[in-house]
Write a protein that binds this ligand. Structure first.
Ligand code: NAD
Length: 244
Protein backbone atom coordinates (compact mmCIF):
# COMPACT_ATOMS: atom_id res chain seq x y z
CA UNK A 1 0.00 0.00 0.00
CA UNK A 2 1.54 3.32 -1.08
CA UNK A 3 0.99 6.15 1.49
CA UNK A 4 -1.44 8.79 0.21
CA UNK A 5 0.90 11.60 1.22
CA UNK A 6 3.66 10.14 -0.95
CA UNK A 7 1.26 9.75 -3.91
CA UNK A 8 0.20 13.41 -3.59
CA UNK A 9 3.83 14.60 -3.37
CA UNK A 10 4.89 12.61 -6.43
CA UNK A 11 2.01 13.99 -8.51
CA UNK A 12 3.30 17.54 -8.13
CA UNK A 13 7.04 16.93 -7.73
CA UNK A 14 9.39 18.07 -10.47
CA UNK A 15 12.85 16.92 -9.28
CA UNK A 16 13.07 13.26 -8.44
CA UNK A 17 16.25 11.23 -8.04
CA UNK A 18 16.58 7.49 -7.62
CA UNK A 19 19.50 5.38 -6.41
CA UNK A 20 19.41 1.68 -7.25
CA UNK A 21 21.55 -1.21 -6.08
CA UNK A 22 21.97 -4.90 -6.71
CA UNK A 23 18.57 -5.70 -5.13
CA UNK A 24 16.69 -4.21 -8.08
CA UNK A 25 18.21 -6.84 -10.36
CA UNK A 26 17.69 -9.72 -7.91
CA UNK A 27 14.29 -10.50 -9.46
CA UNK A 28 16.03 -10.76 -12.85
CA UNK A 29 18.08 -13.63 -11.41
CA UNK A 30 21.30 -11.69 -10.83
CA UNK A 31 22.56 -12.42 -7.31
CA UNK A 32 23.38 -9.53 -4.99
CA UNK A 33 26.75 -9.47 -3.27
CA UNK A 34 25.11 -10.45 0.02
CA UNK A 35 23.52 -13.60 -1.41
CA UNK A 36 25.38 -16.89 -1.60
CA UNK A 37 26.81 -17.53 -5.04
CA UNK A 38 26.04 -20.72 -6.89
CA UNK A 39 27.96 -23.42 -8.76
CA UNK A 40 31.69 -23.01 -9.24
CA UNK A 41 31.68 -19.72 -7.39
CA UNK A 42 29.89 -20.81 -4.20
CA UNK A 43 33.20 -20.97 -2.31
CA UNK A 44 34.17 -17.34 -3.00
CA UNK A 45 33.04 -14.12 -1.35
CA UNK A 46 32.25 -11.52 -4.06
CA UNK A 47 33.63 -8.79 -1.82
CA UNK A 48 36.98 -10.60 -1.96
CA UNK A 49 36.95 -11.00 -5.75
CA UNK A 50 35.90 -7.45 -6.64
CA UNK A 51 39.15 -5.77 -5.60
CA UNK A 52 42.38 -4.69 -7.36
CA UNK A 53 44.30 -6.80 -4.84
CA UNK A 54 42.37 -9.93 -5.87
CA UNK A 55 43.12 -9.18 -9.54
CA UNK A 56 46.84 -8.70 -8.83
CA UNK A 57 46.91 -11.94 -6.84
CA UNK A 58 44.97 -14.02 -9.35
CA UNK A 59 43.92 -12.18 -12.54
CA UNK A 60 42.57 -15.33 -14.19
CA UNK A 61 40.23 -16.08 -11.29
CA UNK A 62 38.81 -12.55 -11.27
CA UNK A 63 38.51 -12.38 -15.10
CA UNK A 64 36.71 -15.76 -15.12
CA UNK A 65 34.33 -14.61 -12.39
CA UNK A 66 33.39 -11.54 -14.40
CA UNK A 67 33.01 -13.67 -17.54
CA UNK A 68 30.52 -15.79 -15.57
CA UNK A 69 28.68 -12.68 -14.38
CA UNK A 70 28.61 -11.34 -17.96
CA UNK A 71 26.89 -14.56 -19.05
CA UNK A 72 24.38 -14.27 -16.19
CA UNK A 73 23.55 -10.71 -17.23
CA UNK A 74 23.35 -11.58 -20.94
CA UNK A 75 20.81 -14.29 -20.14
CA UNK A 76 18.79 -12.08 -17.79
CA UNK A 77 15.99 -9.70 -18.74
CA UNK A 78 14.83 -6.50 -17.04
CA UNK A 79 12.09 -7.07 -14.45
CA UNK A 80 8.98 -4.96 -13.68
CA UNK A 81 10.99 -2.63 -11.41
CA UNK A 82 13.36 -1.66 -14.23
CA UNK A 83 10.38 -1.03 -16.53
CA UNK A 84 8.57 1.02 -13.86
CA UNK A 85 11.60 3.33 -13.49
CA UNK A 86 11.85 3.73 -17.27
CA UNK A 87 8.16 4.73 -17.31
CA UNK A 88 8.64 7.12 -14.36
CA UNK A 89 11.26 9.00 -16.40
CA UNK A 90 8.62 9.75 -19.04
CA UNK A 91 6.21 11.23 -16.44
CA UNK A 92 8.63 13.68 -14.83
CA UNK A 93 10.26 16.88 -16.07
CA UNK A 94 13.43 16.23 -14.08
CA UNK A 95 14.27 12.63 -13.27
CA UNK A 96 17.69 11.26 -12.41
CA UNK A 97 18.48 7.57 -12.22
CA UNK A 98 21.71 6.76 -10.40
CA UNK A 99 22.76 3.12 -10.24
CA UNK A 100 25.43 1.10 -8.51
CA UNK A 101 24.69 -1.74 -10.90
CA UNK A 102 26.92 -2.72 -13.77
CA UNK A 103 24.40 -4.87 -15.63
CA UNK A 104 22.77 -2.42 -18.16
CA UNK A 105 19.30 -3.69 -17.20
CA UNK A 106 18.00 -0.14 -16.67
CA UNK A 107 19.08 0.80 -20.20
CA UNK A 108 17.63 -2.42 -21.60
CA UNK A 109 14.29 -1.56 -19.93
CA UNK A 110 14.28 1.81 -21.73
CA UNK A 111 15.79 4.24 -19.21
CA UNK A 112 17.52 6.88 -21.29
CA UNK A 113 19.67 8.72 -18.79
CA UNK A 114 21.49 6.49 -16.32
CA UNK A 115 24.36 7.63 -14.11
CA UNK A 116 26.53 4.57 -13.59
CA UNK A 117 28.54 4.95 -10.38
CA UNK A 118 30.31 1.60 -10.61
CA UNK A 119 31.00 1.27 -14.33
CA UNK A 120 29.64 -1.32 -16.70
CA UNK A 121 30.35 -5.01 -17.10
CA UNK A 122 30.09 -4.74 -20.87
CA UNK A 123 33.18 -2.49 -21.08
CA UNK A 124 36.80 -3.55 -20.78
CA UNK A 125 39.85 -1.50 -19.90
CA UNK A 126 43.57 -1.89 -19.46
CA UNK A 127 44.52 -2.71 -15.85
CA UNK A 128 47.81 -0.83 -16.19
CA UNK A 129 46.76 2.30 -18.10
CA UNK A 130 43.03 2.51 -17.40
CA UNK A 131 42.13 3.22 -21.05
CA UNK A 132 39.00 1.64 -22.54
CA UNK A 133 39.85 -1.18 -24.94
CA UNK A 134 37.24 -2.33 -27.46
CA UNK A 135 39.06 -5.01 -29.40
CA UNK A 136 41.93 -7.31 -28.64
CA UNK A 137 43.51 -10.47 -29.97
CA UNK A 138 42.30 -13.75 -28.44
CA UNK A 139 45.45 -15.79 -27.90
CA UNK A 140 43.96 -18.21 -25.41
CA UNK A 141 45.61 -16.37 -22.53
CA UNK A 142 43.32 -15.33 -19.63
CA UNK A 143 42.92 -12.44 -19.06
CA UNK A 144 43.65 -11.20 -22.58
CA UNK A 145 46.31 -8.54 -23.10
CA UNK A 146 45.99 -4.84 -23.92
CA UNK A 147 46.88 -4.31 -27.62
CA UNK A 148 48.67 -1.03 -26.69
CA UNK A 149 50.85 -1.89 -23.72
CA UNK A 150 50.61 -5.65 -23.28
CA UNK A 151 49.18 -5.34 -19.75
CA UNK A 152 46.23 -7.41 -18.59
CA UNK A 153 42.69 -6.37 -19.49
CA UNK A 154 40.01 -6.07 -16.80
CA UNK A 155 36.31 -5.16 -16.68
CA UNK A 156 35.55 -1.42 -16.55
CA UNK A 157 33.85 -1.66 -13.17
CA UNK A 158 34.68 0.04 -9.90
CA UNK A 159 36.14 -2.41 -7.43
CA UNK A 160 36.18 -2.06 -3.65
CA UNK A 161 39.04 0.30 -2.66
CA UNK A 162 38.84 2.14 -6.02
CA UNK A 163 37.68 5.69 -6.77
CA UNK A 164 34.36 6.28 -8.53
CA UNK A 165 34.22 8.04 -11.92
CA UNK A 166 34.54 11.72 -10.91
CA UNK A 167 31.91 13.10 -13.30
CA UNK A 168 29.32 10.47 -12.31
CA UNK A 169 29.68 10.99 -8.57
CA UNK A 170 29.66 14.80 -8.94
CA UNK A 171 26.41 14.70 -10.94
CA UNK A 172 24.94 12.21 -8.45
CA UNK A 173 25.75 14.50 -5.49
CA UNK A 174 24.26 17.50 -7.34
CA UNK A 175 21.06 15.66 -8.26
CA UNK A 176 20.66 14.17 -4.77
CA UNK A 177 21.10 17.64 -3.26
CA UNK A 178 18.46 19.14 -5.56
CA UNK A 179 15.85 16.38 -5.34
CA UNK A 180 12.40 16.92 -3.86
CA UNK A 181 11.94 13.17 -3.54
CA UNK A 182 14.84 10.70 -3.37
CA UNK A 183 14.35 6.93 -3.67
CA UNK A 184 16.86 4.39 -2.36
CA UNK A 185 15.95 1.07 -3.94
CA UNK A 186 17.52 -2.37 -3.52
CA UNK A 187 20.69 -1.16 -1.90
CA UNK A 188 22.10 -2.26 1.44
CA UNK A 189 23.30 1.34 1.91
CA UNK A 190 26.70 0.27 3.20
CA UNK A 191 28.91 0.78 0.12
CA UNK A 192 30.28 4.35 0.14
CA UNK A 193 30.06 6.92 -1.29
CA UNK A 194 26.74 5.84 -2.86
CA UNK A 195 25.28 5.23 0.59
CA UNK A 196 25.70 8.91 1.46
CA UNK A 197 23.43 10.07 -1.40
CA UNK A 198 20.14 9.54 0.50
CA UNK A 199 21.64 11.44 3.45
CA UNK A 200 22.62 14.36 1.21
CA UNK A 201 19.07 14.43 -0.15
CA UNK A 202 17.62 14.33 3.37
CA UNK A 203 19.90 17.12 4.59
CA UNK A 204 18.73 19.27 1.67
CA UNK A 205 15.07 18.83 2.57
CA UNK A 206 14.06 15.94 0.30
CA UNK A 207 11.47 13.34 1.15
CA UNK A 208 13.47 10.10 1.19
CA UNK A 209 11.89 6.76 0.37
CA UNK A 210 13.41 3.31 0.77
CA UNK A 211 12.18 0.26 -1.15
CA UNK A 212 13.70 -2.95 0.20
CA UNK A 213 12.34 -6.18 1.70
CA UNK A 214 14.95 -5.93 4.50
CA UNK A 215 15.87 -3.01 6.78
CA UNK A 216 19.16 -1.21 6.09
CA UNK A 217 21.31 1.08 8.26
CA UNK A 218 19.36 4.02 6.72
CA UNK A 219 15.84 2.69 7.27
CA UNK A 220 15.27 4.66 10.48
CA UNK A 221 16.13 7.95 8.76
CA UNK A 222 13.71 7.50 5.85
CA UNK A 223 10.53 9.56 5.45
CA UNK A 224 8.76 6.52 3.98
CA UNK A 225 9.78 2.87 3.99
CA UNK A 226 8.05 0.70 1.39
CA UNK A 227 8.96 -2.75 2.60
CA UNK A 228 8.89 -5.32 -0.19
CA UNK A 229 10.41 -6.39 -3.48
CA UNK A 230 11.10 -3.60 -5.94
CA UNK A 231 9.41 -5.59 -8.74
CA UNK A 232 6.16 -5.51 -6.77
CA UNK A 233 6.34 -2.11 -5.04
CA UNK A 234 7.47 0.04 -8.01
CA UNK A 235 4.71 -1.00 -10.47
CA UNK A 236 2.16 -0.42 -7.66
CA UNK A 237 3.62 3.03 -7.01
CA UNK A 238 3.56 3.91 -10.70
CA UNK A 239 -0.06 2.78 -10.98
CA UNK A 240 -1.08 4.72 -7.85
CA UNK A 241 0.57 7.97 -8.95
CA UNK A 242 0.23 8.07 -12.74
CA UNK A 243 -2.26 5.30 -13.47
CA UNK A 244 0.16 3.16 -15.51
P1 NAD B 1 24.01 -5.27 -1.82
O1 NAD B 1 24.24 -6.64 -2.34
O2 NAD B 1 24.89 -4.76 -0.75
O3 NAD B 1 22.51 -5.15 -1.24
C1 NAD B 1 21.40 -5.56 -1.95
C2 NAD B 1 20.18 -5.02 -1.26
O4 NAD B 1 19.05 -5.34 -2.04
C3 NAD B 1 19.90 -5.60 0.14
O5 NAD B 1 19.61 -4.55 1.05
C4 NAD B 1 18.68 -6.48 -0.08
O6 NAD B 1 17.84 -6.54 1.08
C5 NAD B 1 18.00 -5.77 -1.21
N1 NAD B 1 17.12 -6.60 -2.02
C6 NAD B 1 17.21 -7.93 -2.29
N2 NAD B 1 16.20 -8.30 -3.10
C7 NAD B 1 15.48 -7.18 -3.37
C8 NAD B 1 14.33 -6.92 -4.15
N3 NAD B 1 13.71 -7.90 -4.84
N4 NAD B 1 13.87 -5.65 -4.20
C9 NAD B 1 14.46 -4.63 -3.51
N5 NAD B 1 15.56 -4.84 -2.75
C10 NAD B 1 16.05 -6.09 -2.69
O7 NAD B 1 24.02 -4.31 -3.07
P2 NAD B 1 24.46 -2.81 -3.23
O8 NAD B 1 23.93 -2.01 -2.11
O9 NAD B 1 24.12 -2.48 -4.64
O10 NAD B 1 26.05 -2.75 -3.09
C11 NAD B 1 26.97 -3.74 -3.38
C12 NAD B 1 27.79 -3.63 -4.67
O11 NAD B 1 27.41 -4.73 -5.45
C13 NAD B 1 27.63 -2.48 -5.57
O12 NAD B 1 28.90 -1.95 -5.75
C14 NAD B 1 27.17 -3.05 -6.93
O13 NAD B 1 27.92 -2.47 -7.97
C15 NAD B 1 27.54 -4.49 -6.85
N6 NAD B 1 26.66 -5.47 -7.52
C16 NAD B 1 25.99 -5.18 -8.68
C17 NAD B 1 25.17 -6.13 -9.26
C18 NAD B 1 24.44 -5.82 -10.56
O14 NAD B 1 24.95 -5.04 -11.36
N7 NAD B 1 23.26 -6.37 -10.76
C19 NAD B 1 24.98 -7.37 -8.66
C20 NAD B 1 25.70 -7.64 -7.48
C21 NAD B 1 26.51 -6.67 -6.91
Amino acid sequence: MIPLELIATLRTATHIAVLTGAGISAESGIPTFREAQTGLWAQYEPTELATPEAFRRNPKLVWDWYAWRRTLVANATPNPSHFALAAMETHLPSFTLITQNIDSLHQRAGSRKVIELHGNLARTKCFREGVIVETWEETGETPPRCPRCGGFLRPDVVWFNEALPAEAIKTAYDKAGGAEVFFSIGTSAVVQPAASLPIIALQNGAIVVEINPTPTPLTDRMTFVLEGKAGVVLPELLQSVWGN
